[in-house]
Design a binder for this molecule. Sequence first.
Ligand code: UGA
Length: 489
Amino acid sequence: MTTTAAPSLHASTTDPLRIAVIGTGYLGATHAACMAELGFEVLGVDVDPAKVEALSRGELPFHEPGLAELLRRHVASGRLRFTTCYEQAGAWADVHFIGVGTPQRPGESAADLRYVDAAVTALAGHITRDALVVGKSTVPVGTAARLAGLLAETRAANGLPGRVELAWNPEFLREGFAVQDTLSPDRLVVGVASDHAEQVLCRVYADAVAAGTPWIRTDYETAELVKVAANAFLATKISFINAFSEITEAVGGDIGTLADAIGHDPRIGRRFLNAGVGFGGGCLPKDIRALQARVSELGLDRTMRFLAEMDDINLRRRDRVVDLAVQVLSHDRDGVTRCTANGGSGHVPDPVSVQVLNGARIAMLGTTFKPDSDDVRDSPALDVANRLYTAGAEVSVYDPKGNANAAARFPRLGYVDTCREAITGADLVILLTEWDEFRALDPDHVATFVNRRNIVDGRNVLDPTAWREAGFTLAALGHRFAPDTGRGG
Ligand code: UGA
């Protein structure tokens, strides 16, 4: 085990730390509010004045359970403030967390580091006292060492006073559980270059350390790699079970029972083995692509090649939903189960899809990449909705929190404000995000609104027996669709 004891604090290091958080998007805003909750004085810094103004009024620009309350409370108490001014942060804070985005570069696999580079450069020129700069953003291995050099060079060139050091402390929070994951993390990983940097981070995380949270002190490279390794492993687990879905779809079998059975082995574990439309969001997809790009740069092209396969398996799940929609609708229309000509792949609809989907009224339940979030980045649900629309379906989309973000990306889809509006008159209902509201749907009640009793369960959360007893033809990912044998519908 590499877990080490966190260092004990020296008596002289008990003055309260002042914390700045650079970047107030999802990660930064959560971290800033949680640091205030832990009792620190916090200054959030962002280059976007509109965002800073909203946050300063206590308004959270995205949905995350429990976070809006923390933000309001600590803005009201004065413990949490926001600014666009790096100079203010540089003169004031003891610790500067970097929480800016590292999205996928447009048209490439690699991570776009321009925001991290800009934040560290701006900060480096404005810190005028002793401070620790702590990277939290997910970055390709080697970035921290480069940024440490950049920090030192920029400061030397400007002749700035104070001892400034860099540490890397990756963030493992999940959307939907961000507050809990930040206040009570399951581990703390600190990539540091000195005992001093570890001491400072130990003071920041004193509550979690006292609660026994595993503390892992390591170097920059390991800290960077821990984060991408964790996300690559999670993505692999999901694609692994979804690859078995392709087998059970072909030969029969129950993917949920298969996952339960292997999950009982503690070496495997049941979590992240839920078969369905696959992973999306702002992290897993771009992180596995960035990792492949980085190892390629290092001349290790073959090392992470399997991740390309995981990505492919994941994207094929979206094709499968389109294919199932075609199969269910064609079976309902004339008793013949048609498949799409190319398995539903790609954004250009094939002739079979167009023929079957054209004019079909489809209720899409869910736009976000997962429940309890309004995030639609790389969302499988939204991608499928757009493909069905492109193939000629009349798509009626509802998500409890995601419609506004979805409409900003795909304005052509038909968005409605309630589940009832979405399903009214539908020839087919497709569930792609497992919000509680959709899990709890009563099939007999749904039957009174739809035009045709057809449903595709893209997340394996509906009780197939109950839906079939209510007269629905139900198709689910990871299950063979064979309505003529009485097993598919
Ligand atoms: C993920 C990681 O879980 C976090 O630990 C990490 O900190 C974060 O990325 C990040 O890098 O910032 P998140 O993107 O919030 O967190 O979402 P997850 O809960 O990991 O779900 C990712 C996707 O996988 C979702 O689309 C979800 O529906 C899908 N999923 C998850 C499955 O399809 N099957 C499963 O069994 C589990």
